[in-house]
Design a protein around this ligand. Structure first.
Ligand SMILES: Cc1cc2nc3c(=O)[nH]c(=O)nc-3n(C[C@H](O)[C@H](O)[C@H](O)COP(=O)(O)OP(=O)(O)OC[C@H]3O[C@@H](n4cnc5c(N)ncnc54)[C@H](O)[C@@H]3O)c2cc1C
Length: 396
């Protein structure tokens, strides 16, 4: 989106914005109660039925323009959808990538690519849920990634390895970041990386091997081994060598959407904590009457409200086409910490029962921790604020 250079005020909506969307998501969530998620968690399963329900109701196509079969809603609407999914006890992460990733195709794909893929993504016929960026040896230092794509005629031959590629076994397409010009041949380390749309249906067993990673939370995450994978040159997104910029372009939207997911989880955890603090009687009174229980809940609420305010501010700036890197990063920072505070407080409030799987608190506690590490870890957010907002020296 072009950034408008204007000082015109941007209005931030407070309260229950997009109430119809909130109600509609809450209605879908009713069909997917806690036992559904608990069972998936036990066997590291993927919520296919839930993702199908979201797609067929048009939620995952919220950001796809109407001309490609989506609903063309503003980013704030998508943020509200993800927030409500989590606030109603469901888990947005099995589906959120579609919203994050699709933007790269929309902003930088050719007309032909958009016409070919977007309507099918909007309808759910094609799942674009996998994003292969992180690699085992380079981690957060993305420009050092080692996966190489070498052009040969009208194809690229790709070799390398990705790690933590979530949902790759439940996605038809994967957006892949690979180096097309070696690092020692580019002027800037951010040059020479390219983005490809890989059709996993053809690639599996044909250059790509995907292996699940057993992890702390059920995120359907995998390792992807790439061995002489042939990708048609027509699947290159935008220009060769500019892929890093295309990925960066989507970061603000991603940060804002992640912040909303955190706030949703935080709301669910806090509500459960407050309910239990009112109900549970020990020493002949509700445990919530003890300040040792009440104050952490009050603090978690205050921190969630503050994070929500900045997330709304960031989304409003984004939707107005204004620069929002600062607000998007702060929103993600505050929201990831506020939801963790809410999770830890809920666990403490539940006492021993917090550890019992049937109360779902331990599961949500595990899930709430991830936002401080993925899709980007807290230190990298702080480095952004330090360098780009405060003008401090680069640390890397
Ligand atoms: C459940 C899960 C799902 C994921 N899904 C995906 C996915 O779908 N696609 C994908 O591409 N990736 C995915 N990731 C990867 C995730 O984005 C990375 O784990 C994350 O960006 C951190 O990279 P790393 O693990 O290599 O840590 P490292 O880069 O090795 O960093 C380790 C620690 O050191 C800190 N650190 C590193 N450099 C600095 C510095 N210069 N200054 C200060 N601190 C620093 C980091 O903040 C971090 O705390 C997922 C990860 C998990 C756990």
């Amino acid at each position: 989106m072009d950034m408008m250079n204007t000082d015109a005020p941007v209005l931030v909506e407070l309260g229950n914005d997009y109430p119809e969307l909130r109600d509609a998501v809450a209605k879908i969530a009713e069909d997917f109660p806690a036992p559904y998620w608990r069972e998936l968690d036990e066997r590291s399963g993927y919520p296919t039925e839930f993702v199908t329900a979201l797609t067929s109701s048009g939620f995952l196509g919220a950001l796809i323009p109407e001309e490609y079969g989506g609903s063309g809603l503003p980013l704030r609407a998508a943020a509200v959808i993800l927030e409500e999914i989590n606030a109603n006890g469901c888990t947005a992460s099995p589906a959120h990538a579609q919203m994050y990733i699709m933007g790269t195709l929309l902003r930088h794909g050719s007309d032909a690519q958009k016409r070919k893929y977007l309507p099918n993504i909007a309808s759910g016929a094609l799942r674009l849920q996998a994003f292969g960026v992180t690699e085992p040896t380079s981690g957060s230092d993305t420009t050092k990634l080692k996966t190489r794509a070498v052009r040969e005629g009208d194809e690229y031959i790709v070799n390398g390895q990705k790690v933590w590629t979530s949902r790759a076994l439940h996605s038809d397409l994967m957006l892949l970041l690979a180096r097309t010009t070696p690092l020692d041949q580019v002027k800037k380390k951010t040059d020479g990386l390219s983005v490809f749309l890989v059709d996993l249906r053809e690639a599996k067993g044909n250059g790509i091997d995907i292996r699940p990673i057993s992890a702390l939370l059920n995120h359907n995450t995998t390792e992807v081994f790439i061995d002489n994978l042939r990708v048609p040159a027509e699947n290159l997104i935008g220009e060769e060598g500019k892929g890093f910029r295309y990925i960066l372009d989507g970061m603000n939207a991603e940060r804002i959407l992640v912040a909303s997911e955190c706030i949703g989880d935080g709301r669910w955890l806090l509500n459960r904590g407050v309910e239990y603090a009112n109900e549970r009687k020990v020493f002949d009174r509700a445990i919530g009457s003890n300040q040792g229980i009440q104050f952490p809940l009050a603090r978690a609420y205050a921190e969630l409200e503050a994070a929500d305010m900045v997330a709304r501010q960031a989304a409003a700036l984004f939707d107005a086409g204004r620069p929002c890197g600062e607000q998007a990063n702060i929103a993600k920072l505050l929201a990831s910490e506020a939801t963790w505070k809410a999770a830890d407080t809920a666990l403490q409030t539940y006492g021993g029962f917090g550890y019992a799987k049937e109360y779902d608190i331990e599961r949500k506690w595990r899930e709430a921790r991830i936002y401080q590490t993925a899709p980007v870890s807290t230190n990298l957010i702080l480095a952004y604020i330090g360098q780009h907002v405060l003008g401090l020296p680069r640390s890397y």
